[in-house]
Every structure is written in C-alpha cells, then in structure tokens.
Design a binder for this molecule. Sequence first.
Ligand SMILES: *[C@@H]1O[C@H](CO)[C@@H](O)[C@H](O)[C@H]1NC(C)=O
Length: 650
Amino acid sequence: MLRLVFGAVGITLLCKILKGCLSQTSVMLSSVTWVTALLAGIFSGHIAQRLHFPYFWKDLFFLLKVIRYGIQLEIYKWTKRVVTVIDRFVQQAIEIPNKPFLIYEGVTYTYQDIDKRSNKVAQVFAERGTVKKGDTVALLMSNEPDFISVWFGLSKLGCSVAFLNINIKSRSVLHCFNCCGAKVLVVGADLLDTLEDILPSLQEDNILVWAMKKETSYPGVNTLIDKMEEASDKPVPAELRAITSLKSPNLYIFTSGTTGLPKAAVITHLQSLKAAAGFWAYGGSADDVIYTTLPLYHSAASLVGIGGTIEMGATCVLKKKFSASQFWSDCRKYNVTIFQYIGELCRYLCNQPKGENDKQHKVHMGVGNGLRQDVWREFHQRFGKVRMCELYGSTEGNLCFMNHIGKIGVVGRSNFIYKLLFKYVLVKYDMVRDEIVRNQRGFCESVKKGETGLLLSKINSQSPFFGYAGSKQLTENKILRDVFTKGDSYFNTGDLMAENDEDFISFKDRVGDTFRWKGENVATTEVTEILGLVDFIQEVNVYGVEVQGNEGRAGMAAIIVRPDFTFDGKKLFDLAVMDLPSYARPLFIRLQESMEMTSTLKQQKYQLVAGGFNPSTITDPIYFLDYSQKCYVPLTTSVYESIVEGQCKL
Ligand SMILES: *[C@@H]1O[C@H](CO)[C@@H](O)[C@H](O)[C@H]1NC(C)=O
C-alpha cells in the first residue's frame, strides 16, 4: 500500500516535471505524443505490478533525466534555436573562461585557451580560403589538445570533420578520403612520417596536407603551427557554424567495415548532443574531473568524453595513451572523479601489482563498455566503491542502453517506459547457419525472455539511422527490412544480447563479420583480403576465438595452402605486420585441407570458433604469431598453456 502511495507521488512528480518542461514551449507535437504514450503506459495497469519492483525509484529518476534531455532536444528542434556541442563550448568559454577544460602532460588549458586556439585554426583556414562552410576535413592526430583545437576550429567554420584511426595503414587512408569526400587533411606532427609513402598519391588526388608543425621537409605539405602563431584569436562569426537542422552531418567516424575497408559513420549534431549527455545522465556535474585515455578518433572519447566534459562544464585530463602504471597516480594527482574505460583497461589495472594505497583516490565512477563480470568484481575489491556505468551503443547506431543501476555484468536496463522511447527487439538467430531465423511467412520472431537473440532497433523519425558516407550499399546492408510486417525497417546491430526476467540486458556475442580485440573492431573480410595476397594461400577464413582472461576475441585464420606450395610462417608474418594494424593481425593460423560452407554458401565459422586453438584437441597444424622470432611458429602445448594461464602476453 505504502508503495502505491509512493508510486502515485512519483507519477504526480513525473507529470509536474513534464508539464513544467512543456510550458516552456507552445507547440511541441512530438513531445505531446511522448507524454500521451507515457501516461498511457503508466495507467495501463503495468504500474501496479511494477511497483513491487526493487529498482522502481532508480528507474524513475533515471528516466526523468533521459526524458528531460529528450525534451530539451525537442525544444531545440521546434524553436529552431539549434544549440550544438560547439555552440555549447563557445557558451562555456564565455561563462567559465578560466575553468580548466583540458589537462595534458601537466599543462592546464582553460575553456578560453582552447576557444582562442581554435579561433586561430579557423582564421588560418578562413583567410586562405582553404575550406568553406560545408566542406569535410580529415583529421589524423593522436590524443593531444590540438586535436580538439583543430576539430573545434573547423567546426566553427561550419566544416564537418572526419576522424581517421591513427593505426590504419596507407591503403585504408586513401580509401577514407573517397568515402567522406575530404579534400584537406590535417595531420599531427608525430604522424606525418607514417604518411610518407602515400603523400604523392594524396597530392595526385589534389588533397591538401597540413601538418601540425612549424616547418617540414616534405614538398607540398603546408605547416599550420607557424601560421597559427601569427593568426588572430578573435571569435569566428557565429553564422558560419549555424545549422538549420540537428540532423545535418557534423562528424565522420570510421568504423570497421564488412566489405574490407573502414566505413565512415555519419554523426549528426543530434547524435553528438545525445552522446554528450552520457556523464550527466549518470549523475556527473561541473565538479567532476574526467580521465580519458581512449583514442579521440573513436566516439567514446570524443563524443561522450569531450562532449560530456563540455556539457557539464567539467575538466578533462587527457592522456596520449593509457598507462596502467600511471593510472592511479594520475588520478590522485589531478583529483580525478570519473574515468572512461573499455573492459581491457580495467583488467590491466587489476593486473598491476597490489599497492597499499589502491583505495586512496577520489574516483567514484567509470563510464565505458565491455567490462566482464570477473574483472568488475575484482575491480571493486581492489579499488573500492567505484560505480561502473556501462554504456552500450554503436557509433552509428540509433539505440543506446545504460546500466544506471550498476548491476554487475549487464550492459543496460529496460522497462516499459524505455521500450516506449526506444523500439528495439531481440530476434531469433541461427548461430550454426550464421543467419537470422525467418518463419514460414518470412518474418522474424522475437526470442523469449532470457533467451539470446539478435538486437535490432526500429528506424523511425525518433530514432533515425544516418548510415555511412559514400555508399548507399553499406548503409542498406545494416538495415533489415520486413522484420515483423511488410515495409518496416530496423537497424541491425550485429550483437547478440539477452534480456532477463528483471529487465537487465546483457551482451552475449557479436555475429557475422566483425569481432572486437583490444578495444577495436576487426573486420574479418579486411583481414581475409590482406592475407589472400600471400602467394601460398588458396583460401582464408578469418574469425575470432575466445582466449581465457582476455576481453573480446583474438584473431585466427583457417587457411588452405595452394597445391605445390608450402606454408611460410616468415612470409605471412611480414605481410601481417606490414599491412594490418596490430589488433587485426591473426594470432593463430590453422591449416586445413578443406573448408566447410554453410547451406547459404558462406564460410562456416561457427565450428571453427567453437574449436578454438588448443593444439591438443585440434588435429590440424596450428601456428602462433611470435614477435620475438618474427615468424608464425608452430603452437606447442606449452605455449598454449602459457597463453591461457596469462603468462604469455598477447
Ligand atoms: C586535489 O584535492 C585536494 C584536497 O581537496 C587539494 O588540496 C588539491 O589542491 C587538489 N589538486 C588539484 C590538482 O586540484
């Protein structure tokens, strides 16, 4: 009874807040629909049953935050007073100019510092007419404050910025320009040399290269730093960055492609704004100090990390690279309160030697994804009560899950209101055939509670999917049509998930052509294409295998050697190191006589994945990527054991 009373108070509160928000604006049709939908949901009788639910209040307050932010975005849309992340940054630079925004290698940069420095970047490009509003500029830089100054400088001119992964190899860099249509590349001082062999091709394609240096010996490469020193830091006119729709592209972020090369996910202002609310939704505030070691070219660090810091007016301690040994001393030195993680990062921290002051720090929250249950528990034991907040959502996807309860081992939480806001389903998936199950009428079927299914997210105007730049086909490949009725369309996440009786959602596996290793997506087809270049290989099938004590999956390739050729571990090693980023190199090679196909003539991966890489249970010869011998060497039982026992570092 008491719970019911509380429930009623909660609903009244909900209505009040909604009404309060509504009175701010006169016409907001879609929000009105939301409210109707919400109220309908609340009075549908579900509520009485849900009140017995232990997470009711946490759910309610979390949802109110989500809804409040959603309404704010609606207001932006309806009043046409569009406020983007860059607008928000400029606002903060006026309101809190002297607040530290970034701390990098011991140097503090205030909001005003970065604002002025980005003005200089904008002035250099604007004066020379290098770029104009609407152009796309590619950025190849490591984590450093100028990554953000250049990004914001270009945004202030109304350009879209394409973040390039600093690990990708020459061939892919050229391809990236084709997808996003960039004609200018800004490259960090430390990365210019990695472009040496493709500079001529870039120039042939009329791509202007700007290096973050004062001088350079490369012919035809422009230098930016010297020109910035002379440029004015006066504000850039706001009309240049003005946009008419939140759904216009803002950034391109490359994700692993299934056709072999990276795909440029289109990030709109709307998505950037949503991602920027991540810390705030988890309870972050202006007093927080955020520690970011993840690469800025991924959406987690740039959109959630930097965007989130700006949204709250907080401070971000930026690191060039993650270092397990410096992590806690940095956190103590800078009074860090929130850190961003991927599962691997937490494991590396747990693997560090124990110290007496392990629990002495101010970190109260970690935000990220891919944390495994065992590491999660160990992390709590070692480092004390740090609330770990899983955030599920792909860069390009139209759905996100948040585990606001902090329940160990789950990526998110759903409930009936959440389902009204986000239309997602889990459908039956056949692992052996590697395809979605369709019934006799040709439609998909939802799985039962507790069962694992493929996560699909409905595409509509509330949750649009913006696809990939430069290819309709790639975009179309991620859309699944005629799922439950003729003509409907869903975004295919490619992730197998399960939702339990308590509405907690957990990640199970990834299907098809990609797997994750060391925090990066690996496209099996990209690896297949590269390995296929070796003369002795007739056929390759790339997949990921689980390795005890490691997140994600380690790359493995089953290959058939051409008749009259022999396997050459040295040659294969050289090619893998030369043409593949380190995380994409297969750690294991399995030689096969023949390859199984699925009934739909795809390469059979399921049995190979399940077969693993244990040389004592597999009769095929297995080889291992050995950096000390610079060769793929036969995998012995003792090496196998040292890998699964964690002695051999992968
Ligand atoms: C961290 O917090 C302590 C105590 O609150 C304070 O004395 C110190 O100056 C702070 N350090 C930094 C870098 O803000």
